[in-house]
Design a protein around this ligand. Structure first.
Ligand SMILES: Cc1cc2nc3c(=O)[nH]c(=O)nc-3n(C[C@H](O)[C@H](O)[C@H](O)COP(=O)(O)O)c2cc1C
Length: 330
């Protein structure tokens, strides 16, 4: 049975059900482009401040940049004021024309929570409803919501929060199946994905502990959960999309070669340069380079080289060392 199927999200239909999660510092145009090539069906930008957007802060715009090979993307906004979120949605819809606009109700970072945004919204489902209602009243782009299980173990309320989002007009809900208190630690509660999918009249997407193609198959089997999002599992491993896609289609999972991994990392760096310029791109790419080295034989020494790279010439040296190491071990 082919489990790789499109999902209808309001007026928009995705190409398939494998998504790149919104990940601050990672899911930018360069990485989304790499993931699109690997088979990602729709990628989410990192969270973008509705306050910054409506005040015209130009630095925010780089987060919304899009690559040529991305036919569609989803933009995630954060904020706590319905009118500001609606105004930001209008700006995004008119200027960047995303397929979906997503509302962040999961960010655990104190700086965000303190403003009433991110996971603070899990404590105020009525505000989630008001935010989504204001946004759906202002734009035709389908609005989706990404929530957590709840604030902490004593206040698990994802069913209530998701119902509030749907009442406000949300076209899909993503559940990161951890509480705010858990951050990113511990295992995600998979049963909650199924409970939410059974409870909602709109598609439910699963996030949390998506680290293998098998995890995607396990969650999508049975057809209750509509889609899965890869987050940390895709960092340095965009090939997870091609493996997951093959697994969902009942085909053998492809295994990338060392040369392919190096060439994708190099292309990723090249795309980053276009958006950030040499210095910023090179410094920012250190963490990506380390991620690409996950599980690579001789990775520890190569990581030491990567964290010292500040220029393109430094990366030429790094990639030469990686190629030499791969050749030595071949
Ligand atoms: C570094 C980092 C940044 C993240 N940034 C965002 C974000 O901007 N918006 C969001 O909704 N979730 C964000 N997340 C959460 C992920 O989208 C995802 O829900 C979470 O990592 C669970 O999936 P995983 O266990 O498969 O990594 C972030 C996670 C990490 C690790």
């Amino acid at each position: 049975m082919n489990l790789h199927v499109p999902v209808r999200v309001g007026s928009y239909t995705t190409r398939g059900n494998l998504f790149l999660a919104p990940v601050a510092g990672y899911s930018d145009a360069a990485f989304r482009s790499i993931c699109a090539d690997a088979g990602c069906d729709l990628a989410f930008t990192e969270m973008v401040s509705s306050e910054a957007l409506t005040r015209g802060h130009l630095k925010t715009e780089v987060l919304l940049a899009r690559e040529d090979n991305e036919p569609d993307y989803a933009v995630q906004l954060f904020g706590s004021r319905p009118e500001t979120m609606a105004a930001a949605a209008v700006i995004v819809a008119e200027r960047w024309r995303p397929a979906l606009i997503d509302v962040n109700c999961g960010c655990p970072v104190p700086k965000i929570v303190k403003t009433g945004a991110g996971s603070a919204l899990m404590r105020d489902p009525e505000r989630i409803r008001a935010i989504v209602a204001a946004m759906t009243g202002a734009v035709r782009t389908p609005v989706t919501v990404k929530i957590r299980l709840g604030w902490d173990d004593s206040s698990v309320n994802y069913l209530e929060a998701a119902a509030a989002a749907v009442e406000g007009g949300a076209s899909a809900v993503t559940l990161h199946a951890r509480t705010r208190e858990r951050g990113y630690a511990g295992t995600a509660d998979r049963r909650a994905f199924f409970a939410l999918a059974d409870a909602l009249p709109v598609p439910v997407f699963a996030s949390g502990d998506l680290f293998s193609a098998k995890a995607a198959v396990d969650i999508l089997s049975g057809g209750r959960v509509a889609g899965v999002m890869f987050a940390r599992g895709a960092m340095g491993d965009p090939f997870i999309f091609s493996r997951a896609r093959a697994a969902l289609e009942g085909l053998p999972e492809p295994a990338e070669t060392a040369a392919e991994r190096m060439s994708v990392a190099r292309r990723h760096l090249g795309l980053s340069l276009r958006h950030y310029g040499e210095r910023t791109a090179c410094v920012e790419f250190r963490k990506q380079a380390c991620a690409y080295l996950k599980g690579v034989p001789g990775g520890a020494e190569l990581r030491r080289l990567a964290v010292g790279c500040s220029t393109l010439a430094d990366y030429d040296g790094f990639f030469d060392a990686w190629a030499a190491e791969a050749a030595r071990r071949a």
